[in-house]
Structure formats: C-alpha cells, structure tokens
Design a protein around this ligand. Structure first.
Ligand code: GCV
Length: 672
C-alpha cells in the first residue's frame, strides 16, 4: 500500500514509491557540494530522485552548468563574501535563489542543506522557473520536537502507545526494540521534510521496563538514534525521576543528596558514550503517579536542575514538564481548580531553572481540550526557557477517527499575546515547540490519512510560528497530491479547513471541555468526570452551566493572567463567548454576542456540527475518482464513524441539557 506522505521514504520498500513531488528535482542536473554525513543524505536523496526520473547528480565538481546547486559554504574568501551578504544562517538556515538558469541553495550547517533540499521539493517546478531573488530561511527556534508516548512493553491499560491512534509503535514491540531500522530512518526523513529535528522515543509515563532504557537498555536507544541521525534528528529519552532508586538501588532520589547527583552523572556518562549527540531527557514528575521532587520536599527547579547538571557537560537539555496537578481531588471541594495548578507550581520558580532546562508547558491549563484558553504560564516566566507542548495525537479531538485539522487552533495559541497586542506573542517568546506524536506503524503513518496534515502543520509552525496555517495546508496538499486538479484541492480544503470548529460544535460547547468518556476519552459522557478525582468541569444544574474561575467569586484562575487578559476573562460581559463556560458559571438564558442564549447555542451548534460532518463525508465521497483507492477507502470508512459519533454527541449533549434546563429548542428539532 503506498505511503502517501509529503516526501516519501526512499529505497526501502519497493511499495513505498516516491511521489510525483520529486519529479522536478529528479529530472534535473544537480551539483551537491560539501562534506559530511548529512551532505551524504542530501546527495542520496537527489540520486534516488534522479534514478526515478532520469536526472543526474554530481558531487563536489567544479564549473559546468547545473539546474540546481546545493552547497555547503566553506570558509573561503569567496564564500566569506557570499555569506557576508546573506547574514547569519546558523546551523539550520539556508538561502535559496535562482539566477542564470541555476537555482542555488547555500547553507553553512549540514542541517541547513537538508532543509534547503526539502524547500526545493516544496517549490516543485517553481524552483526552476524564472529568476528568484535570494530568500533566507531560518527556523524561529532550534527546538522542534515530537514526543512519542510509546511503551516498550505493552501496557495492560494503555497498550503499546499511550493515546496512540495509528497502530503500534515504530520503535518498540513486545518488550524490546522493534528492529525495523529502515522504517525508523524513513520516519526521520518524513520529520526532516516537515522541519522537526528532535524526537523523544518513549512515554513520559515511565514504567518499569522503560526505566531501563537509561542504563542497561541504552543500546536499543542508540540504534534508534543511529537510524534517525542521517536526517538531522536528535534522540531524547523520557526518564523516571526515581531512577537512582529503581535502577541504582539507592535509598533516595533526593536532588540534594551527593550520591544521587553522582548516580545521575554516571548514568548520563553512559548515555553519551552510546549516543554522542544525545539530545537529553524528558521528565514528567509529581504528576499522575509519576515520582518527583515533592517526595523530598524539593521544588521542581531543584529536580530539573539535578538532571540539567548531569547533562550540561555534554550539551544535553532536560525537558521538564509543567503538567503537575492533583489527580486525587475531592469533587465536593470547590476551592481546588486543576486549571490553576501549573501556574501555582511553576510561576514562583521563574529564574531558578538551569540554562539547559526547558520547561515544557501544555498550551492550555487543562489537557489538550478542543478549546482552552492559552496557559497563563506562557506569559509568566520571562526568565525561564519555555517550550509550548501541543498534542498532534488526537486524544480529545477525535482520536484520528474524526477529521480534525488542528492548524488553526495551534496558530491561535502561537499568535496569542499574553501581554496584549503590543507584547510578544507566544510563538515569538517561547524557545521551542513540542508535540505529542500522532505517528505509529499504520501504513498511512497516522491512522487517519488526513491526520498527516497535523504532523506536517506542526513541523512547519514550529519552524515559523507566525505563519498562516492555511498556507501550510496548501503546501501539504501540494506535496501529498502533487498533480491534484482544482477539484481535489478545493475538496481537501473543504473537508479540512473548518474541521476543528466542526468538531468543537458537536462536542463540548463554549470552552466547557472534558465531556468525554473517562479513561479512553472517546465519545460523549457529560458527567463522566464530574464526580471523579481528576477534576470537575461543568457544574451544570437546572439553572446554568460553567466553572466560575473569576477572582471575585470563583477559583481565582482568571487572575493568573497579566493585563489585559485578567480583566477580559474576569467578567462574563467581556470574556469571549468561545471561552465563556471555561471562566464563568452562567444561567442558560445568558445572551451571547450573536443574540442567542447559551442553551440555544448548545442546541444549534450540535445540530450544525453534525450537518457539517455529514457534508464533509459527502464532499469526500465525491473525490473518489481523484484519490488513490486505498487512501480514499480509509478516509471514507473513518467518515462513517465520525458521522455516527457526531450524532451520538449531538443527541447526548442536547438531551442532557434539555432535561437539565427544561428549556425547549426554539426550532423544535428532535431532542430525546
Ligand atoms: C502520558 C493526559 C493523558 C495521559 C498523559 C498525560 C500527560 O492526562 O490522558 O495519557 O500521559 O496527559 O500529558 O502526561
């Protein structure tokens, strides 16, 4: 079955043919100049494309005429002049221009050359047409990472991949490394084509088998790192904070104990002797049962700095997650608000984290709901290296059975200005982007073929957070369906562009969130979490709905924002309607900006959402003649489930609120 991804794995499985996207490159005369392993990768890519389409690639020759030159600038006098006029490219930037019938990519670092190659692929025939003034491309940040929540051993509840909807793990199977190195390499290629440069290979919930990856199983991680390295991907590992106890036999993991520091230093030495370019650790501590520094009365900065110190001599980084909250709450206690937790724990620690510690913050205060405000932590720690964590795997957004292109949601987060319009946006102020991966061993990589668009969009927004996501979607469509006629391009936009809002409409309204089935988180259950220890989310009664998070009368969460947001969110009169129920408990008759009441909005949006899902299914059916049959069938089959599930959401939510409120639908539609 063909794996239709932006730029395909090459030379591995004859069934994984290169897409037409490579034709413009493969049918030309190309010169590759420079030395090093990633330059070899670039050369290999072009050679393979030429093998398919009849072009020619020359390595390190001089003169002669070429259609394309991919060159690593050397420190010669001639290059100094060129580079001086280009400016600082860093390790990952590149310049592209076309003059005298030759397109030229210039880079200083090998990764830059690789990204320049994929830029040419994206441009397609345009890369070889007319003159093009020099463009300089550099990533906004060096941290563009995917975290895999993959278990080595199948977990009895979570399976091989926690929250994975694309089959098994690419890296692990049945308790050990899966050993399909070509496929791992192909994955590295796919990620490089999207702009991603780092991967964490195991679940942040580190169970017993996985703990050993740090020490006696590091050779398996080294093999993965070896397969990803040719595409410029650095490998990271999730580790347990209790490793000195669990693996080292110490009686404590207290960061202030000398023996603990020595244990980590020794463990890290072992890691770097196996993987010299190892990226670092990812740590989930004091969260959902994972051990952490609170056990020893230490702060999270103390905990993070312990690991940072061990990694520092080797240039490694610790990614410390801010997802820390009490998951053993009493629903009767209305003072505890899970949304407050990350800020309460971390904002007071601003400035205390080591330089090689990155605080990885989920984009919203709860947990990747379809609509949440931007986490206040992202505007509250100017002296800390922050990374924003997104979730490409669609845990709460349809689990890759529903089409839900997350580009617009992510873009809203990245463009949000924590300090108002005048200040820096989240995308401008964070030091990197991380996403939980949506990829597994599924033949389409992402389970739902259209979920590939999320992977690609993440990588491109990580490269340039301010980009219009719809432009990124255009790129993905162009690469995935290189010779798509207008009808297909239009159809893909029709089913993807508004899919996030459609999903929001038929699920949880107005920012309320979490009305999912507990545990697996698929499908509706209005009260699923309402009386559970994990937090309480809607407080619906006969009169109204929503959580009062105001400072005046509620949990005080709204006051965690700076101006102007603390004031905007404080009052139901100024709070944006899409977040109304996140911040306020209002009567069902509360009137929204469009003149409708909250209860009528609930009814209307659920009917509309289902109609939109049905319409998308219809549009997709009409594209059957333009899409590979296997691709088309997989999406069509998923649309059946999406429409079924959307109707279930509509009927459960509408019936629940009709029964609760007693307010009939103004349009008299069927509610049960
Ligand atoms: C890996 C949510 C998910 C968990 C996940 C956790 C996290 O709670 O449901 O599966 O655990 O987030 O981000 O650590």
């Amino acid at each position: 079955m063909p794996l239709t991804v932006p730029v395909l794995p090459v030379g591995i499985d004859p069934a994984w043919l290169p897409p037409e996207a490579f034709r413009p490159l493969g049918s030309r005369r190309t010169l590759v100049q420079g030395a090093g392993p990633l330059v070899d990768t670039v050369h290999g890519e072009v050679a393979y494309a030429c093998g398919q389409f009849g072009g020619e690639v020359v390595r390190n020759a001089a003169d002669d005429a070429y259609d394309l030159v991919l060159r690593l600038a050397r420190q010669t006098a001639a290059d100094a002049g060129v580079l001086g006029s280009i400016g600082d490219l860093g390790d990952e930037g590149f310049a592209y221009e076309r003059a005298d019938e030759t397109a030229t990519v210039t880079a200083v670092g090998q990764r830059g050359l690789l990204y320049g190659l994929f830029h040419v692929v994206r441009l397609g025939e345009d890369a070889f047409r007319g003159a093009r003034a020099r463009e300089v491309h550099r990533p906004a940040s060096a941290l563009r990472m995917l975290d895999h929540w993959d278990n080595v051993a199948v977990h009895p509840v979570m399976g091989q991949v926690e929250r994975g909807y694309a089959g098994g793990s690419l890296f692990w199977r049945d308790g050990g490394a899966r050993g399909e190195w070509d496929r791992v390499r192909a994955y590295g290629r796919l990620l490089a084509a999207c702009g991603v440069n780092a991967v964490s290979v195991n679940n942040v919930n580190v169970h017993e088998t996985e703990a050993h990856l740090l020490t006696d199983r590091i050779d398996q991680v080294a093999r993965i790192a070896g397969a990803l390295r040719p595409y410029g991907i650095r490998t990271h590992l999730s580790v347990t904070f209790a490793a000195p106890v669990v693996l080292g036999g110490l009686s404590t993991a207290d960061p202030f104990e000398g023996a603990v520091r020595e244990w980590w230093a020794e463990a890290v030495r072992g890691v770097y002797s196996a993987i010299p370019d190892f990226g670092g650790f990812v740590v989930k501590a004091d969260s959902e049962g994972q051990p952490g520094p609170f056990t020893y009365g230490r702060s999270h900065a103390d905990g993070a700095n312990l690991l940072a110190a061990a990694l520092e001599p080797y240039g490694g980084t610790v990614h410390w997650r801010a997802f820390v909250y009490d998951h053993r709450q009493d629903w009767r206690d209305r003072t505890t608000d899970r949304a407050r937790a990350a800020y309460d724990h971390f904002a007071p620690l601003d400035g205390e984290f080591a330089d090689n510690a990155v605080l990885q913050v989920k984009h919203g205060p709860l947990d990747f709901q379809v609509r949440e405000p931007v986490s206040p932590v992202l505007g509250a720690m100017p002296r800390t290296r922050l990374a924003v964590e997104l979730q490409a795997t669609q845990e709460y957004t349809g689990q890759q059975r529903h089409v839900c292109w997350l580009g617009p949601m992510w873009s809203e987060v990245l463009r949000f200005g924590p300090h108002g319009d005048g200040g820096a946006s989240v995308g401008e102020s964070v030091r990197g982007l991380v996403a939980v991966s949506n990829v597994g061993d599924d033949p389409f990589w992402t389970g739902h073929p259209l979920a590939q668009a999320n992977l690609y969009t993440f990588g491109r927004l990580a490269w340039q957070p301010g980009r219009d996501p719809h432009g990124v979607l255009d790129e993905w469509i162009g690469l995935t369906f290189p010779s798509a006629p207008e009808r297909l391009v239009g159809g893909l936009h029709a089913v993807l562009d508004g899919s996030w809002r459609t999903y929001e409409k038929y699920t949880a309204p107005l920012g309320v969130g979490f009305m999912v089935q507990p545990g697996h988180h698929y499908g509706p259950s209005v009260d699923g979490y309402e009386y559970s220890p994990w937090g309480t989310y809607h407080f619906a009664d006969r009169d109204g709905i929503g959580v009062d998070r105001s400072a005046a009368t509620g949990t005080g969460y709204a006051a965690q924002y700076g101006k102007p947001w603390a004031e905007v969110y404080e009052s139901a009169a100024t709070c944006p309607d899409e977040l109304l129920l996140f911040f306020h408990h209002v009567p069902y008759g509360h009137v929204l900006a469009d003149g409708r009441t909250v209860i009528q909005h609930i009814y209307d949006s659920h009917f509309e959402g289902v109609e939109e899902a049905e319409e998308a299914r219809r549009v997709w059916a009409g594209l059957a003649d333009l899409v590979d049959p296997a691709w088309h069938a997989r999406v069509a089959e998923r649309y059946e489930e999406q429409v079924r599930s959307a109707r279930e959401w509509r009927d459960q939510i509408n019936s629940y609120f009709l029964r609760k409120s007693g307010v009939p639908d103004a349009r008299g539609r069927t509610i049960y």
